[in-house]
Design a protein around this ligand. Structure first.
Ligand code: ATP
Length: 209
């Protein structure tokens, strides 16, 4: 369960995120929607712990947001923007690196890496370097990195970005599977397809602005 109570973010007298109060039960999918600049990424940053709220509190499964705590990071995975990439590691190397960091059994890690790469249609691109990917392929690669690890809560900033409709559909399927396996998914999105077909609740930030 995610509990957000009166969270706001302001900077230099400007409101970046108007007050938000909501709860998201375990296993639910929340879409965060709203115009450019309405605060979607800012709210995701607060949930992930990369931004400190000016006011209000967030509790995730009863605990504070604490990204320095490995236990918190094991429960909460976030993709907010594209992750940093090592120029001389291949797509497969990166995904395997993440999986082996989080899973103790190397065979389980290899299996998870293979599965995620296949689900996101990256199998044929496994030996490429990051700079050899198109922008949509880079987006799928970023998603593979966040999925190649255990999590209870998945925070995604516009997972549909840069993707054609077929790949948006694949991402919807992949996220549904994670939700069906018990994960809570919170996604900021500009995609009506993703919001309508995946989310069981929607937070409109425009309305709060
Ligand atoms: N580091 C920062 N310093 C000051 N203002 C910022 C900073 N980052 C974002 N903002 C401002 O905060 C507000 C919310 O930005 P945010 O990125 O959360 O919006 P968003 O809803 O995710 O937008 P988009 O749909 O364009 O991705 C915007 O007005 C933006 O200009």
């Amino acid at each position: 369960m995610i509990e957000v109570d009166g969270v706001t973010v302001t900077a230099g007298g400007t409101t970046l995120l108007p007050a938000v109060t909501l709860t998201v039960p375990r296993g639910a999918v929340l879409a965060i929607r709203g115009r450019n600049g309405s605060g979607k990424s800012t709210l995701l940053g607060v949930l992930a712990g990369s931004r400190t709220p000016t006011r209000g509190t967030v509790r995730i499964d009863g605990a504070d947001v604490s990204p320095r705590d490995r236990g918190f990071r094991r429960r909460v995975a976030a993709m907010i923007g594209l992750p940093p990439m090592a120029p001389d590691l291949t797509v497969s190397d990166h995904v395997l690196l993440v999986a082996t960091t989080w899973l103790d059994d190397p065979r389980e890690a290899a299996e998870l890496a293979r599965t995620v790469i296949a689900e996101l249609h990256l199998t044929g691109l496994g030996q490429r370097f990051p700079h050899e990917l198109s922008s949509g392929q880079t987006q799928l690669f970023g998603l593979a990195l966040v999925l190649a690890r255990p999590f209870d809560v998945l925070l995604l900033d516009e997972p549909e970005q840069r993707l054609d409709p077929e790949h948006v559909e694949s991402v919807i399927q992949v996220l549904r599977a994670r939700r069906d396996a018990g994960a809570t998914v919170i996604a900021a999105t500009h995609s009506p397809a993703l919001a309508d077909r995946l989310a069981d609740r929607t937070l409109w930030l425009d309305a709060a602005a």
